[in-house]
Design a protein around this ligand. Sequence first.
Ligand code: BES
Ligand code: MN
Ligand code: ZN
Length: 488
Amino acid sequence: MSGAALPDADVDLIIIPIAQDQLTAAASRHDARLDEDVKSAIERGEFRAKANEVYVARPPATGWKAARIVFVGGGPRAEINVERLRRMAVSAAQVARHQRRPRIGWADVEPGTLSAAARIETIAESFVLANFENGVHKSRDGNDFFIKEGVIFTSQDAAAAVANGAAMGESINAARVLINEPGNYLTPRVMADKAASLASVPGLTAEILDEKKIEELRMGLLLGVARGSIEPPRLLVLKYSPAGAPANHTLGLVGKGITFDTGGLSLKPADGMERMKDDMAGGASVVAAMRSIALQQLPIRALAVVPMTENMPGGRATKPGDIHTGASGLTVEINNTDAEGRLILGDGLWYARQLGATHLIDVATLTGAIVVGLGKITTGLFGTPQPWVDHIRVAADRAGEKVWQLPLYEDYKEQLKSEIADMLNSPGRPAGSITAAMFLKEFAGDGPWAHLDIAGTAWAEESKPWQPKGATGAMIRTLIEVARGGLP
Ligand code: BES
Ligand code: MN
Ligand code: ZN
């Protein structure tokens, strides 16, 4: 960080953001010769400063240390929020990786709608995100070049914001790596170990419960899903309780950890089934959020519970029509073994309450129906009471992530009725995401609880300049932001 004049900056590449409606004004701050270059690019129509548009210039022949200047468009200034800025910064930083330029700088000259702290945090996070290592299993042709040093040129005091942003970026990258791992590499046991090592940061404790402990806890729903696999289930518990944090509030994060979802005996169609390696994205997200919460030393008590298992159609697998009893005592008729997420989350939510969580949030790639309803853009949000849901909505907004609330009217409960057990696990097609959330609600106890359905948002089908194909890390920032806002 420094307030030094840009031409003197000793980096290989400098990124200068420009809002669409500030095109000429923004260019004229640095060097008249550079302005000429940008102006003629604008006149030629080569650069319009549309959102995430990149224009690469050579700096004037004398007086500049950097080898390249990257102008990145922001669209209209009024639209430059956290999400836009993140996309701009990641897109521009990709130029450095492609051109193999190790030291990059960001000129903090475009305020958008953001505070200086929010801008700096976002740029620090984005530089880390831009360094994501994709294709770790490729023996050749991977992008093996990484940015070594990122600098932010700003007049503001930036140290704390840089540290927070970097912690968030690193945690998100770590979650993305886990989510992208194939099922044969990331079994429940491996996921538990990897998650525990991600959690080995000061202030955070990790405990892995094996199948025997899970049996002692009588988690018949988690065990019922695990029956079809030769891989044993695991349950990860993370705890964070810093000195001085309010003792009467504990945030409880519960994440779905299905390391592969074949559907079980209610087998999924072959087409696209390979994507079901990401069915532990919710679990990875809560682990990543806990890591960042601890790294940022947020003054709040938090715990996480991640039930992990494969959903396989082995010889001992749960059969449609079987009944299993969860740790809470509720009995469930399994009429479709592919509705397994709600089963393991049922035991997970109950356990998080047992451990003392006062405010619950679960995160899960839960229903195909949410993809139909909200697409791959928006995460489904459910919960009660309304102030808790609003708290999460506000946090998502600050984090630059899109969520949309769906209702939990009692009338929907009708669909969950079973003739012979307390509930059915698969209540049919109508309102599939809502009835799944209604099912979870039965295990969440009386306190505040919210559910985030990330089936649409956890995975990017195509790569974008700001987001590689594959795991997105959706909702990690939102969870961190919830913790930051304190509990209501
Ligand atoms: N993991 C899936 C949900 C999913 C679908 C995630 C598509 C990502 C993309 C979940 O376990 C599942 O199979 N849900 C079923 C529930 C149904 C049987 C009630 C679904 O949505 O079809
Ligand atoms: Mn399923
Ligand atoms: Zn699933």
